[in-house]
Design a protein around this ligand. Structure first.
Ligand code: NAP
Ligand code: MG
Length: 402
């Protein structure tokens, strides 16, 4: 078979630890033999980030703005232990946070479904994609430990000299206080990313807040979504045969539990944090969860939802065998290749991405899988493969499909 040609390079963001090992295996076994792979390579491994004072992360995000599509390997977010382990100059920020800030994007997480691992919620048949607003609310709040009796006020001092004041509470004794904010511009970007992603994946979009209780704060989210929908997306949604609907968060939770799946659920920051963990664990494994950052301007960055699988990496360094699941990382590549193929009108690339995804699913459904899935499957005698052998098994399946 002749190798598939590419036109525009993908922005390739390499990463850390076990996922960095898988990254190379995936390229060597599943991509390079079939594609004349064109990438602009950025090493976001912690060592390189430290050497470049994290400039490499900024450069990779800017490259994503230039080319439009990136694929990212999991990376270490430094903490105190990593400062020592990597002898870091500084506790560099999370690359995902830096990239998201530059692209102004929203993260969409979706499970990869196989027929021999049943979701804990019996009605779920199709993936539920969670979109989490990634700015503000409790994550950028200020808090006060109220020591004793007194008055708490919410004050806004306008640049124009205006003054708005509300009494929050007259405290009789000790208590707690929290001040949250969000900004229209960020909510608008979030809304546009959600509507665009729904169109891109041809799935309905649900959005829910607690606007009955929060008549200004949450209601603003509801109103902004509705205004942008009517002004920019309503007719496009009709043409695509998909639906946008808003409901109260309580109602959304109840509907989700009874649904079949197959839609996008947009959540405010905190709801998205909590609900994405609930949805991913109910679907099975973090190792079967994909993640894509979609910007309001239409840039895409694909990755696995899990981290660098540190514990497996140390086993690997000790020369021990690992059975690390590469599926979400493979799907990061297929997501990016499919998008690149669509943008550059390379049908072979789109077709290859679909076949590689099918090869992963078929391999698992034939009973060959990594250890994390073997613990979840209802397959009687699954064949547990090590990290490399699983990738080789996928290659064998892929060769039959091509
Ligand atoms: P993690 O790498 O996701 O791993 C947590 C545990 O989940 C693993 O120890 C493993 O369980 C299981 N697991 C996750 N992915 C797996 C896979 N592909 N195959 C098999 N098992 C898998 O999370 P973490 O240990 O909390 O974080 C490690 C590093 O990743 C940290 O430095 C963190 O900063 C970074 N991180 C990066 C990203 C990102 O780049 N997007 C996201 C999250 C975390 P067992 O050990 O029981 O087998
Ligand atoms: Mg969480």
């Amino acid at each position: 078979m002749e190798k598939i040609k590419m036109i525009t390079p993908l922005v390739e963001m390499d990463g850390d630890e076990m996922t960095r090992i898988l990254w190379q295996m995936i390229k060597d076994e599943l991509l390079l033999p079939y594609i004349d792979l064109k990438t602009e390579y950025y090493d976001l491994g912690l060592k390189k980030r430290n050497e470049t004072d994290d400039q490499i992360t900024v450069d990779s995000a800017n490259a994503t703005k230039k080319y439009g599509v990136a694929v990212k390997c999991a990376t270490i977010t430094p903490n105190a232990a990593r400062m020592e382990e990597y002898d870091l100059k500084e506790m560099w920020k999370s690359p995902n946070g830096t990239i998201r800030a530059i692209l102004d994007g929203t993260v969409f997480r979706a499970p990869i479904i196989v027929n021999n691992i049943k979701p804990n919620v019996r009605s779920w048949k199709k993936p539920i994609t969670i979109a989490r607003h990634a700015y503000g609310d409790v994550y950028k709040s200020v808090e006060i430990d109220v020591p004793g009796p007194g008055t708490a006020k919410l004050v806004f001092e306008g640049k124009d000299g205006s003054n708005i004041e509300e009494t929050i509470h007259e405290f009789d004794g000790a208590g707690v206080l929290q001040g949250q904010h969000n900004i229209d511009k960020s909510i608008e970007s979030f809304a546009r990313s959600c509507f665009n992603f729904a169109l891109d994946t041809k799935q309905d979009l649900w959005f829910a807040t607690k606007d009955t209780i929060s008549k200004k704060y949450d209601h603003t989210f509801k109103d902004i979504f509705q205004e942008i929908y009517e002004a920019e997306f309503e007719s496009k949604f009709k043409d695509a045969g998909i639906v946008y609907f808003y409901t109260l968060i309580d109602d959304a939770v109840a509907r989700v539990m009874k649904s079949e799946g197959g839609y996008i659920w947009a959540c405010k920051n905190y709801d998205g944090d909590v609900m994405s963990d609930m949805v991913s664990s109910a679907f099975g494994s973090l190792a079967m969860m994909t993640s894509v950052l979609c910007s309001p301007d239409g840039y895409f960055e694909y990755e696995a939802a899990h981290g660098t699988v540190q514990r497996h990496y140390y086993k690997h360094l000790n020369g021990e065998e690992t059975s690390t699941n590469s599926v979400a990382t493979i799907f990061a590549w297929t997501g990016a290749l499919r998008k690149r193929g669509e943008l550059d009108k390379i049908d072979e690339l789109v077709d290859f991405a679909a076949k590689l995804e099918k090869a992963c699913i078929d391999t698992i459904e034939s009973g060959k899988m990594t250890k994390d899935l073997a613990l979840l499957t209802d397959e009687k005698n699954p064949t547990v493969l090590n990290s490399r052998d699983f990738i080789l098994a996928v290659r064998e399946t892929l060769d039959k499909l091509l």
